[in-house]
Write a protein that binds this ligand. Structure first.
Ligand code: GLU
Length: 285
């Protein structure tokens, strides 16, 4: 981030369930790191099958109850399909259509057991079966993948870097081309019947909304490499990152949407205050 620039952060939940304590922590961290600065809320609802309007409503209510204030209007990813389509078009020459299903990928990787298969932040590392297919031959059942080796070649880069103000602050995080190819692989930029993917949508929106400090959980640290590569390919600036700790249950497991018992909504109904919630997640009220 350029010295002296106003910090702009965002909290970007998907309305697929009730917000839990992990979301409360992520939202509070994003809002606090924009203090002073600008805090935005973005509704990440590209997965039309899993996102529900009722959960979008509870996001607004719960964040309001937590005492957070965000800028209006709120951007919804479902309104942004044209922008994602345009970005995808710009990357067309570096992409290929892929018809492989999970079973095909598993078979091509030919490991005896699932846990022995190479996996990265997006699941199994794609073995490249469809690489070389032309975008002109794309079918309705195909996903679109980025040919990562060609992307690095087009950029003339042999490594990516970004900075994180929470992890090794003041030093570059580095990933080489080879590490990307072996540990992440040819990522999906457009999923079947979605017209985009989480990675493409988040990069396009963070750039359009001029977010210059991206706060989010450490579980997304490895996905950040995909975002940095896409930022370079689309000529967007790479923001400063802040990957924060995750809120875990008493067994040490990361909270998930299915952990309804830890939903902000339930604590609220039991009569707890937003200060109680902050104390529970280790933040000062
Ligand atoms: N929609 C994503 C989530 O709920 C946000 C990820 C991000 O902050 O980039 O996990």
């Amino acid at each position: 981030m350029a010295g002296g620039a106003v910090r702009r952060t965002r909290f970007a939940p998907s309305p697929t369930g009730l917000l839990h304590l992990g979301h409360a922590y992520a939202a509070c961290i994003a809002a606090r790191s924009a203090s002073p600065g600008e805090f935005l809320l973005r509704i990440e609802d590209i997965d039309r099958d899993r996102c529900k309007p009722k959960f979008e409503t509870t996001i607004y209510e719960d964040l309001d109850w937590l005492g957070l204030n965000w800028q209006h209007p709120v951007l919804k990813q479902s309104d942004r399909m044209a922008a994602y389509g345009k970005a995808l078009k710009r990357l067309d020459s570096l992409c290929y259509p892929c018809r492989c299903r999970r079973g095909d990928i598993r078979a091509a990787l030919s490991a005896p057991q699932e846990h022995a298969l190479p996996a990265g932040p997006d699941g199994l590392i794609y073995p490249g079966t469809c690489r070389g297919r032309s975008m002109a031959g794309i079918g309705s059942e195909d996903v679109i993948r980025l040919d990562v080796a060609r992307a690095f070649d087009a950029l003339g880069l042999d490594r990516l870097t970004f900075r994180d103000e929470a992890i090794m602050p003041g030093h570059d995080h580095n990933l080489s081309r080879e590490e990307f190819l072996n540990g992440i692989g040819d990522v999906i930029l457009s999923r079947r019947s979605m017209g985009t993917s989480y990675h493409l949508a988040v990069v396009v929106d963070d750039a359009m909304q001029r977010i210059n400090v991206i706060t989010r959980g450490k579980d997304l640290f490895d996905s950040t490499w995909i975002h940095v590569l896409l930022q370079k390919l689309l000529d967007y600036p790479t923001p400063l990152y802040h990957h924060h700790r995750l809120i875990r249950d008493s067994h040490g497991r990361r909270l998930a949407k299915r952990d309804d018992a830890r939903a902000i909504r339930h604590y609220r109904e039991e009569g707890l205050t937003s200060d109680d919630i902050r104390l529970m997640i280790g933040l000062t009220p």
